[in-house]
Design a binder for this molecule. Structure first.
Ligand SMILES: Cc1ncc(COP(=O)(O)O)c(C=O)c1O
Length: 361
């Protein structure tokens, strides 16, 4: 037997389960399991990727200055307070690695993104799950769970897979209630799907211990490129940059993200189609007895009578070439998370679930 053993806690890490993209025996599938943009990336991002091909022998820059400037200009933020990562996943990992370790606790919420406990354990810290209330983050429950060991609180707003959100006032109450030795991370992966929402940037400006993370994987349609970013007080960004590899983002990824964030026309189109279709999808499903909370994201959380019905519906949808996401692992066994696709995809989902409800399964 090998005497080489991993660090304590590493073997407790459950591997992340990504959204399924194939169904055995079904050729043409519509993937609605990973909250990807049904319209793909911006044409300008595609062009930037092509253009970058000629300079692939060059290392990328290490400071991401041009992308940070573009992000700063778009959101009215100081580029010096921005850090870019290989997806927002990497930024979340920098935060855990830099600020939590053995003996520390990291709070995440009951239906929160499944990477939080993973990255807490990667850092050697103990993840602590806090209950939500009616599929919404419960600020009082979080505050009650904070101990002298708590170093980080992760909150997704709007939430995945719940699609709900809490107000900036509630978040402000959370920030005020946390000890200043504890970081509050506002994961805004879906912030672009909410009108007039800054993702929590104003809270970062107000509190030195608040960090906001964002991604190019959702509304910008660049999940395959792996680009995310964080915005925090300068002193925190200085810390995070020390655990970031200098060449973490490829030349191609940097070019794609910069082109994508400058294409306002495409962004607006994706946002308005999503806003229109998520309401239509939710209303049509509600009519046939499948309710969901009003969605603030690019997916809906469709609720069924019980776990058996949700799983039977998922099985039926697969036979119809529609892949959605089971969320029992997020403590939501009677629900399915359905990404808002384009109009054709939404219509197919509604007619398949209608057929299922009418007994087609
Ligand atoms: C809530 C939330 N945070 C973070 C991420 C990570 O996104 P990425 O690493 O692609 O930026 C996701 C992806 O699904 C997410 O749903």
């Amino acid at each position: 037997m090998t005497k080489i053993t991993p660090q304590p806690g590493i073997m407790d890490i459950a591997l992340y389960q990504g959204g399924q993209s194939h169904v055995a025996g079904v050729e043409h599938v519509i993937k609605l399991s990973s909250n990807e943009n049904p319209f793909g990336p911006s044409p300008k991002a595609i062009e930037a990727v092509r253009d970058s091909a000629a300079t692939l022998h060059r290392y990328p820059n290490t400071d991401h200055a041009s992308l940070r400037a573009a992000i700063g200009a778009r959101h009215g933020l100081d580029p010096a307070q921005i850090i870019c990562g290989v997806g927002s996943d990497e930024v979340l990992q920098f935060i855990a690695q830099a600020y939590a370790g053995p003996g520390d606790e990291v709070i995440y919420t009951e239906h929160g993104f499944s990477m939080y406990p993973i990255i807490a354990r990667m850092a050697g810290a103990a993840p602590v799950m806090v209950a939500e209330r009616d599929r919404k983050v419960d600020v009082d429950a979080i505050l009650a769970a904070v101990t002298s060991q708590t170093r980080i609180v992760f909150v997704t707003n709007p939430g995945n897979p719940t699609s709900t959100m809490i107000s900036n006032d509630e978040l402000d109450r959370l920030a005020q209630g946390l000890p200043d030795t504890c970081l509050m991370v506002l994961d805004g992966a879906y912030a672009e799907f909410v009108d007039d929402f800054d993702g929590g940037a104003s809270l970062v400006d107000a509190y030195e211990n608040v960090i906001m993370t964002r991604t190019f994987s959702k509304v910008y349609g660049l999940g395959g490129m792996r680009v995310g970013w964080g915005y925090a007080h300068q002193s925190i960004i200085d810390v995070l940059n020390r655990v970031r590899q200098p060449f973490n983002l490829s030349l191609t990824a940097l070019a794609a993200a910069e082109a994508a964030i400058s294409d306002i026309e495409f962004l607006t189109f994706c946002q308005s189609e999503n806003a229109r279709l998520r309401v239509w999808l939710a209303e049509e499903l509600d009519k046939i007895g499948v309710p969901s909370d009003p969605s603030c994201t690019n997916f809906i959380l469709a609720r069924f009578g019980d776990r058996a019905e949700a799983e039977a519906c998922d099985d039926y949808l697969k036979t119809q070439g529609l892949i959605v996401r089971r969320v029992a692992g997020y403590n939501l066994p009677n629900a399915l998370r359905i990404t808002v696709g384009d109009e054709e995809a939404c219509r197919r989902v509604v007619s398949a679930i209608t057929a299922f409800k009418e007994g087609a399964a």
